[in-house]
Design a protein around this ligand. Structure first.
Ligand SMILES: Cc1cc2nc3c(=O)[nH]c(=O)nc-3n(C[C@H](O)[C@H](O)[C@H](O)COP(=O)(O)OP(=O)(O)OC[C@H]3O[C@@H](n4cnc5c(N)ncnc54)[C@H](O)[C@@H]3O)c2cc1C
Length: 455
């Protein structure tokens, strides 16, 4: 007989929310509004001890456990029906040590929380494009963003993690203790435990020069071919990606072009700021720029520049592949499908993952696909469930055209709920070792609401 809800309430210093409690609907909601689940209990922990209590409660009662960092998982792994949700949004503190250029973040910190804290010291590390994404989920799967070419994936910058394991123990994983767990955490997603804190290496990134540039659709071929050549050996301080984008009603875009579809390039130069304009000249030389919002800005400003396009509560359906060669054939497929992007929130991004990402070996961390040069995502996002068919159709047709020209694998953090069949490809050469580590740390698969590595 496991602990009762009353015993759980006694043990937890944070809050314990059941369907009878006020705030239950708010507590069960995740970012993707397609996901509508009703957990038995949501624990909002105040500390690692509360997380241990929640894990014990789930295990002892034979309940599912969903660990929620920022809640951005497109398949909705941050919630479940009838189980225990550990919602870390109450644990978001970040402590920066400017002397050692490191930062320690609690497991529920978002990228915005993290960047704000480190920027105060003129420091940063790789994160994603949107500031509301959870640092934990992003890092445990990879972490691709503006700084990847210069500083590697987010997980390449991880120094240690505090973890509550399936048996309710608290352990620290680093390259000095519990090394197998530390290896698996860096790419194996949420499979191995609930991470209550993460410690990162930081880099001197303060002001950056960048922003979005919009080009007419007749420049798609030129832009993608230029990108393919340029990014292969561009300076590593140059980050950025092409995107299909319907122009939102923003002041820097001519009013009569609002609602038109463009190929955009979002650039980020993290080198010396006075070199920024020259660093972005190659992009400007590809074709006339219709509209742009480019200049010097604090790194956290660029990291939150697109948050307004993707508020919580949209419908989400995504598909993704790694790409080694951006061939003429795949560019033709982008030309055919990208311009049909059906909603202002939706997009397709081709992120570069060369440079520093390639300097880490395929088996050094659990993130295997170090041979890929690009991570592509077709991100369907739209507000009205009545439009689900139209939008998922765009994603599926686009994916059907590009997937055969891409790697079989894709980035685990971009996977949809119908991608569980791709697990072995996605974890690649590291899959067998991940299964071994899973057997050692979570033999009963308590943590299975993720891109799951079955023990
Ligand atoms: C709008 C948007 C933009 C994005 N942009 C980028 C981007 O630029 N770069 C990029 O690399 N990815 C990006 N992603 C993908 C993102 O990395 C994944 O969605 C990631 O899983 C989000 O993490 P989270 O903590 O917010 O999500 P959650 O839904 O909370 O969790 C996702 C997964 O991670 C696990 N997890 C989360 N926190 C913990 C923890 N503390 N301990 C153990 N397991 C945990 C969960 O159990 C779940 O399996 C984006 C996603 C969205 C929706």
């Amino acid at each position: 007989m496991g602990t009762t809800i009353e015993q759980l309430r006694e043990r937890v210093h944070g809050s314990v929310i059941t369907p009878e409690d006020a705030g239950y609907d708010d507590a069960r909601a995740v970012y993707n509004a397609m996901i509508d689940k009703r957990p038995a209990v949501v624990v909002r922990p105040a500390n690692a001890g509360d997380v241990m209590a929640a894990v014990d409660h789930a295990r002892e009662n034979g309940l599912d456990v969903a660990v929620r960092g920022g809640g951005h998982s497109v398949p909705g792994f941050g919630t479940c029906d009838d189980g225990v949700v550990i919602d870390l949004s109450t644990m978001r503190g970040v402590r920066v040590d400017p002397r050692s250029r490191t930062a320690r973040a609690e497991g529920g910190a978002t990228l915005g929380d993290f960047n704000a804290a480190t920027h105060a010291f003129g420091l940063a590390t790789t994160g994603g494009i949107i500031s509301t994404t959870g640092l934990s989920g992003l890092t445990l799967g990879g972490g691709i963003g503006y700084l990847s070419r210069g500083y590697g994936l987010s997980l390449d910058n991880l120094i240690s993690a505090d973890v509550v394991t399936a048996d309710g123990r608290f352990v620290v994983a680093s390259d000095r203790e519990n090394e197998d767990l530390f290896w698996a955490l860096r790419g194996g997603g949420g499979n191995f435990g609930a991470v209550t804190a993460l410690e990162f290496r930081l880099h001197p990134v303060d002001m950056v020069y960048g922003g979005p540039m919009f080009f007419e659709l007749d420049a798609v071929g030129d832009l993608l071919r230029w990108y393919r050549e340029y990014i292969a050996d561009a300076p590593e301080a140059f980050g950025g990606f092409p995107a299909f984008q319907i122009a939102p009603p923003l002041p820097f875009i001519p009013e009569d072009r609002h609602g038109d579809t463009f190929i955009a390039f979002v650039a980020c130069w993290s080198g010396p700021i006075e070199q920024g304009e020259a660093a972005l000249k190659p992009v400007h030389d590809v074709a006339p720029v219709v509209a742009e919002h480019v200049g010097a800005m604090p790194y956290p400003t660029l990291n939150s520049a697109f948050d307004g396009l993707v508020p919580p509560g949209l419908q989400h359906y995504w598909k993704a592949n790694f790409v080694t060669e951006l061939s003429d054939d795949i560019i033709d497929a982008h030309l055919q499908h990208g311009p049909n992007v059906p909603a202002v929130n939706s997009t397709m991004h081709i992120y570069p993952i060369n440079g520093a990402v390639h300097r880490v070996g395929a088996t050094e961390t659990a993130f295997a696909h170090r041979e890929a040069n690009f991570a592509t995502v077709i991100a369907g996002m739209w507000p009205d469930p009545a439009d689900n068919e139209k939008n998922t159709k765009w994603v599926k047709e686009y994916y059907a055209a590009t997937a055969p020209l891409s790697e079989a694998a894709g980035y685990v953090n971009f996977m949809a709920s119908d991608d569980q069949g791709r697990i072995k490809e996605n974890y690649g050469v590291n899959y067998d070792r991940l299964v071994e580590v899973k057997r050692a740390w979570d033999p009963d698969n308590l943590f299975h609401l993720n891109q799951n590595i079955a023990p």
